[in-house]
Design a protein around this ligand. Structure first.
Ligand code: SF4
Length: 606
């Protein structure tokens, strides 16, 4: 490969036959799709959009990017890309930590698994080589125990372990991959695909010897310093020990969204959680439970927050009470007890599933109980913490009434005849931003290529006024433009793969410059960043169109579009999705959500 930054090597592993081949990335693909998310989607597209997500043809790709493992700030992200068993769309889910960097240092741009093993296995990677090893003794163990056993076996130094837990083994549709114990590829059920393939873990042993080298070393040092300066000094969010993200982690958002009437409560029947939000907030956690601020490879921000609950029924030491699960298992379930929330997040991490999804499963069950759509014996009351904890354990093993949610929320709400209780898009739960108080997020959920998602185009950065491009959260106009811009920008940064939080400080200028001097391309500017991101977004959309998501598939739960908010800040507002969609499709050049042949040609997808 002529481009700098890449290892030039991807392991293709057929788990049915046990064969392993090492191949370079086609250079044309690297130029068009960069790495991580973009490249992973390109490989998954090749396997065909109609494959069974749990069948042998589906690919499970662990991908890094051309900046991964370098000095670039926040360059420790790994993308897991596959066809989702939860949504039926293509999906990519990212995690921090060190696995991505070590994978690059071990000599790989990615690992692509096909087939299904006849017995549990894990992949051991060291010195440009991958071996499949027997995981029979690990099968059935939680993520935390699996990591402990493998650390004892290989020594904890220079070692990263990605694992699935019982939820993945039992093919729960929203199962996750986790590394560093608690850093999850949470969304879309990538861990379920791992379980179907009988792949328990990825173990990577590597030190920094083989760090990626920029094609232009001097220019690289300048590009890196410029980007780092933005993170360190220019952002009120990322600045170490000063910015909100560094001080409180992602849970800096709880009080903010509550105040503006953008925090869903009790399955989004309300848009505000009153005084309860403060007890769930990052500020409260810092004051009462914080013991350490861990970080990821090459990141001075350290947004991870290790906490300890030292007494009571929910004693736990864990990382991290992120905003999304603090909301889903907290306000969303009418629960203001942060100790119980931390405890349940730890269960989700250990059993290996998406902590956003589980809170939304529980809140749908609770609303069904409130409205007496279920016999009392099958229901659950708001904030019934012991029942919630039991549910969190049971779902991973498909036990009891929790088993009804193992395929996601929509099968349950449809089975009881009340699909309106599912706060989902394409069977993936909506995250922690109520689109009546943050309207751009409604468009973002609907048009996300992986089901409801806040991270495809993180519009709250604009609607809450923390980036230069500020918009009114209650105004629908201009949100089509905003979402297209952010979705394309994030598709590029997810392909580099830099942490999403870099976008609080860096922009397309910094991304373009770092990519250009790392690879040695003669020219690559802001327009190229956005066109490349647009190409990736359109490839994903094209995949989904071919997988059966045609015209009219971009929807929201009716609650957001037809039940006005009653909370201060957003009172009287609904999310005007149809108006925003019309603008958005026009800007995208799509036909009611379907990519046209002309657009695919223009972007050189076909
Ligand atoms: S900002 Fe947080 S999640 Fe992102 S790289 Fe830094 S520590 Fe990791």
């Amino acid at each position: 490969m002529a481009l700098g930054g890449y290892a030039g090597r991807v392991a293709h592993v057929n788990l049915s036959s046990g064969t392993i081949e090492y191949k370079p990335i086609p250079e044309d693909w690297a130029r068009k799709y960069i790495g991580a998310r973009g490249l992973g989607v390109r490989y998954v597209f090749e396997a065909g959009p109609l494959v069974d997500p749990l069948g042998p043809e589906n690919l499970l790709c662990f991908m890094n990017g051309p900046l991964t493992g370098s000095e670039a700030t926040m360059s420790g992200r790994l993308a897991v890309v596959t066809k989702s068993p939860l949504t039926g769309t293509v999906t990519d889910s990212h995690q921090g930590g060190w696995t991505a960097a070590r994978l690059r240092w071990a000599g790989f741009d990615g690992l692509i698994f096909s087939g299904i093993s006849t017995k549990p296995v894990y992949a051991y990677i060291e010195n440009n080589t991958l071996e499949l090893r027997d995981a029979s003794d690990l099968w059935g163990k939680g993520v935390h125990e699996t990591i402990k056993v493998l650390q004892t076996r290989y020594g904890a130094t220079n070692l990263s372990i990605n694992a699935i837990g019982p939820a993945g083994e039992n093919k729960v549709a929203f199962a996750a991959w986790l590394n560093e114990n608690d850093r999850a590829c949470g969304r879309g059920g990538t861990g379920c695909v791992g379980g179907a393939k009988m792949l328990k873990a990825i173990v990577v042993k590597a030190d920094k010897t083989n760090q990626p080298k920029a094609a232009d070393r001097d220019a690289w040092r300048t590009a890196h310093r410029n980007a780092l300066a933005k993170i360190m000094d220019e952002s009120t969010i990322t600045s170490p020990k000063k910015g909100g993200l560094s001080l409180y982690g992602t849970n800096m958002l709880m009080n903010v969204t509550n105040t503006i009437g953008g925090l869903g409560a009790r399955n989004s029947q309300e848009t505000n959680f009153g005084d309860g939000a403060e007890k769930l907030s990052g500020e409260y956690v810092k004051e009462h439970y914080l013991i350490h601020d861990p970080t990821c490879h090459a990141c001075p921000v350290a947004c991870k927050k290790e906490v300890e609950v030292t007494s009571g029924p929910y004693k736990v030491k864990m990382e991290s009470v992120e905003y999304e699960p603090a909301w889903s298992l907290g306000a969303n379930c009418g629960n203001d007890d942060i100790e119980s929330v931390a405890y349940m997040i730890d269960i989700a991490n250990d059993l290996g599933y998406d902590a956003i999804e589980i809170g939304q499963c529980i809140s749908a069950l609770m609303e069904a109980t409130q409205r007496e759509y279920l016999p009392a014996s099958e229901g659950m009351q708001w904030a019934d913490k012991p029942a919630m904890v039991e549910f969190c354990r049971d779902v991973a093993y498909r036990r009891g009434s929790a088993a009804k949610f193992a395929e996601g929320i929509e099968p349950f709400t449809k089975a009881i005849g009340h699909p309106e209780l599912a706060m989902t898009v394409k069977n993936q739960a909506t995250p922690a931003y109520d689109p009546r108080g943050l309207k751009g997020m409604g468009l973002g959920y609907a048009t996300s290529n992986r089901g409801a998602c806040h991270l495809r185009g993180y519009s709250p950065a604009s609607e809450l006024g923390v980036i230069g491009l500020k918009t009114d959260p209650l105004d629908w106009e201009g949100k089509g433009f905003l979402l297209k811009l952010l979705q394309d920008l994030h598709a590029f940064s997810d392909s580099l793969d830099l942490c999403k939080f870099s976008a609080f400080a860096e922009g397309p200028e910094e991304y373009a410059e770092q990519y250009r001097v790392m690879t040695g391309l003669e020219s690559f500017g802001v327009d190229d960043v956005l066109t490349t991101g647009e190409r990736i977004y359109n490839l994903e959309r094209h995949y989904n169109n071919l997988a059966g998501f045609g015209a009219g598939s971009d929807t929201l739960p009716a609650r957001f579009t037809s039940e006005p908010s009653k909370s201060k800040g957003s009172e009287g507002h609904v999310c005007e999705l149809d108006k925003m969609l019309a603008d958005y499709y026009n800007l995208r050049g799509w036909d009611n959500g379907v990519v046209t042949e002309a657009k695919l040609k223009e972007l050189q997808v076909v």
